[in-house]
Write a protein that binds this ligand. Sequence first.
Ligand code: KIV
Ligand code: ZN
Length: 505
Amino acid sequence: MAGRIKIFDTTLRDGEQSPGCSMNINEKVEMALQLEKLNVDVIEAGFAIASPGDLASVQAVARAVKGCTVASLARTMEKDIDAAWEGVKNAASPRIHTFIATSPIHMQYKLKMTPEQVLERTAAMVAYAKKHCSDVEFSAEDACRSDWSFLVRVIAAAIKNGATVINIPDTVGYSTPDEMHALISHIRKNVAGIEKVDISVHCHDDLGMAVANSLAAVRAGAVQVECTINGIGERAGNTALEEVVMALNTRKQYFDLECRVQTKQLYRTSRLLQAIIGIAVPPNKAIVGANAFAHEAGIHQHGVLAERSTYEIMTPESIGVPQNTMVLGKHSGRHAFEDRLKVLGYQLEKEELDTAFEQFKALADKKKVILDNDLDAIIGNKVVEGPEAYHLQSFVINSGNTITATAIISLDSGGTIFESVSIGDGPVDAAFKAVNNIVGMDLSLSDYSLHSVTEGEDALGEAIVKLNYKGRTAVGRGLSTDIIESSIKAYLNGVNKLIAETGGE
Ligand code: KIV
Ligand code: ZN
């Protein structure tokens, strides 16, 4: 019987702490619920001690998620471990994840501790964490640059004091697959009590080998892989979850291992993360990139038409890529709409379904044919809504190559209508300036992008903006068949998030 690999997702912790990837509490919960649908084994929800906001997010994820273990990270310090426990104690299945560095370079320059002190701290803090929680993961940070005999002693001490999972991080992405295989084999052979715990691996991608290193560890007997959606994370990122999962699936006979991830949710999860953080994956990204299943060369197209498996080792359907066949139109009724959503794997509550149907009807008025991609765009990757301080009422744009662009914008705020007129360097700039006049905040726009979600002249355009205000950044997203409308909606989505976080003061 095939062995089982556990998937530990750290998108909300290691991924979220990397530049440009921060998420607010609503976004983290939305992402966690999608990870639950994806059926990962563990969600690392954050680093609870980092700030009151981080603690609140870990608590919110712990309350919302029922089907996976929820973990919080902690240094080997009592105050960190207390905060981590505060974060996860209400989870259906809580875990404390505590770590300390074991490499000479980290111990000497970062921790300023001797190896013996690190050993003692490990034993004491794993025991301390164990008093709170039966499930304790211990990570030896920078394990791959540590002295192997010292590492063996530290891991043995963690196990003796109650660790249930031992994680071996390649913190700086320095290892090669052969070295990783040798290290895990050495640990399995030499650590007392290792057979009682799960061995985990956590690889960074600095040399582009994170996925290969994780799979090498698995071949050597690791049973948990730590990874992130789209491979986001510190510096060059972490092991990409979708790549590990599809390698295990596509090369089942080679690995003889299984994981419980619902692969049909992979594409949707990747798209949701891109929408939340406003960072698109490159088109050639393995598994979830736009070109991952595109065959351009004539010889390849010919082969695929004759027999898909000539050039396709896995199908787009297996990761849930929506199909671009005509599905619904203006005259489709609620039943057809609901049926299609079921096929796509959505289970919506009545209220969500009502809103979704309204959005669908509004879109069908503008767009002849509604494809699965459109449904995914309006429902699956929906804009994460918080409280809406301002809502777009109407806009009028006057623009051309011989006149200065002018925008008249009306916004509804709690029933009161505010209107402003502004000129700008093009229609989008004029519209954003008119919004600024109304909301009266000193906002700066650090990023703006626009892309079409589906093909055709009446495709849905998705605008993504990054707005900064008083040291905070928010990603806003807007969808419409009109690119100016999607841009204004994206801008307002970002403004509303910043108001929710700062009060707009
Ligand atoms: O990269 C790393 O070493 C980590 C640990 C805290 C697990 O993220
Ligand atoms: Zn890491």
